[in-house]
Ligand binder design. Structure first.
Ligand code: T4K
Length: 376
């Protein structure tokens, strides 16, 4: 009997191996394998154009640009952030010796609720770190208005938001600095990788120093930098992947369309719709399970899917605020974060990637339909 196919939550977009081999030959011939080489420069300029951003700096992953952004802006004290994200968001605040202050989310978007930010501001607040969770745009205009009123910096974690635009404008240009992740599990990947987007050449210069130990030239160190440069091999891989990312996003769009069509009338299953004027990247397809209406808890459904080799993921459960480094913070109290807790307790991210077939999505949907209360 043939083994049952495993359907994972995501699958990496891989460049054509022969094309990659050609670029590897170029790298081998040049003998320049890291430290701002030719492919690093080419990928930075290709990404500026693709993402419609003025300046970008490549990093080795999506966590180090978060850490570096707070360093570059000399943030101390308290940083307002969302508990509904991947733990790297809050860790970057902690690694900067700052205190994360969790603010609840808007359940309609999953993002930091701008309505609740002002109440969390204290004399120690220096910055806001929102996340465009699942690539869905934050209300940047309102967040910026609050930041301007209180003199706060804004660093966006856009790890999920590659290529997302609102009315033709990149959302990566909001705030003071924005970071991206190019991890294998993301819409656009360089295996491991990430980037920071900034508004001006001087900031890019400073960030480029910081990601190279703080070196400005051979003999001057301008700050306590770190080493987080992307190497030539991954830059070349990224250049090839960039050529196919539009097709991958369109394939994801079709998967989302199929899920929405099949799940639209299932009681107790909620999902996000596209927002008019937004170019979505379909990085995740979260569904939120209302146990009473659906007739089964989120976890039971998650394990039913698993039994059928469908490996959805509960992104983002548990909430960051409930992890041991953070749970004692006053802002981490569940009473302070009712909406984030509700979302976290009900979410399953269904498999979502460019290579899912109609048969795969049908299989996922059929498990959900089979267990829905009206089917029993
Ligand atoms: N901010 C936010 C909001 C983030 O979501 C993240 C990362 C970051 C910052 C930090 O960025 P990075 O420093 O990671 O660049 C994954 C990723 O490791 C992480 O990048 C991501 N967010 C997070 C949401 O998810 P895991 O532990 O769930 O991944 P893993 O290894 O279980 O993989 C999930 C599935 O993907 C596998 O079941 C199969 C598939 N997969 C995965 C890998 C690595 C493959 O098919 N091939 C692969 O090579 O964390």
């Amino acid at each position: 009997m043939s083994e049952q196919k495993i359907i994972t939550v995501t699958s990496p977009l891989l460049p054509d191996l022969d094309g990659f081999h050609d670029l590897l030959k170029e790298i081998w011939n040049s003998k320049w394998i890291t430290n701002n080489g030719a492919f690093h420069k080419r990928l930075e300029s290709a990404l500026c154009e693709y993402l419609k951003v003025p300046f970008i700096s490549l990093f080795t992953n999506g966590t180090l640009p978060l850490l570096t952004a707070l360093q570059a802006l000399h943030i101390t004290g308290e940083v307002i952030t969302t508990p509904y994200s991947f733990v790297a968001t809050t860790h970057s605040i902690w690694w900067n010796n700052c205190t994360p202050v969790f603010v609840d989310i808007d359940p309609a978007t999953g993002n930091l609720d701008p309505e609740r930010i002002e109440a969390a501001i204290t004399p120690k607040t220096r910055a806001i770190m929102p996340v465009h969770v699942y690539g869905r745009p934050c209300d940047s205009a309102r967040i910026q208005a609050i930041a301007d009123k209180y003199g706060l910096k804004v660093v966006y974690d856009a790890a999920h938001a590659f290529g997302v635009e609102v009315n033709g404008e990149s959302i990566l240009n909001a705030g003071d600095l924005t970071t991206l992740s190019f991890h294998a599990t993301k819409v656009f990947n360089t295996i491991e990788g990430g980037a920071m987007v900034m508004h001006d050449a001087e900031t890019k210069k400073q960030i480029d120093y910081l990601k190279n130990f703080g070196f400005a030239g051979e003999v001057e160190v301008v700050g306590p930098g770190i080493n987080s440069k992307m190497d030539e091999v991954r830059s070349a891989y990224g250049l090839l992947n960039l050529e196919q990312v539009d097709a991958a996003i369109e394939a994801r769009h079709q998967v989302a369309r199929r899920y929405r069509e099949a799940l639209k009338d299932v009681p107790g299953i909620r999902f996000f719709e596209d927002i008019p004027g937004v170019r979505h990247n379909y990085s995740y397809f979260p569904v939120f399970v209302d146990a009473e209406q659906f007739g089964m808890t989120r976890d039971d459904l998650y394990f039913k899917l698993k039994e059928q080799n469908i490996l959805g993921r509960r992104y983002f459960f548990p909430l960051i605020s409930s992890f041991s480094p953070y749970r004692e913070l006053p802002s981490a109290a569940p009473e302070n974060l009712p909406e984030a807790n509700k979302l976290s307790d009900s979410v399953i991210c269904l498999p979502m990637h460019h290579a899912l077939t109609d048969e795969d999505t049908e299989k996922v949907v059929n498990v959900i339909l089979k267990h829905c209360v009206s089917a029993r």
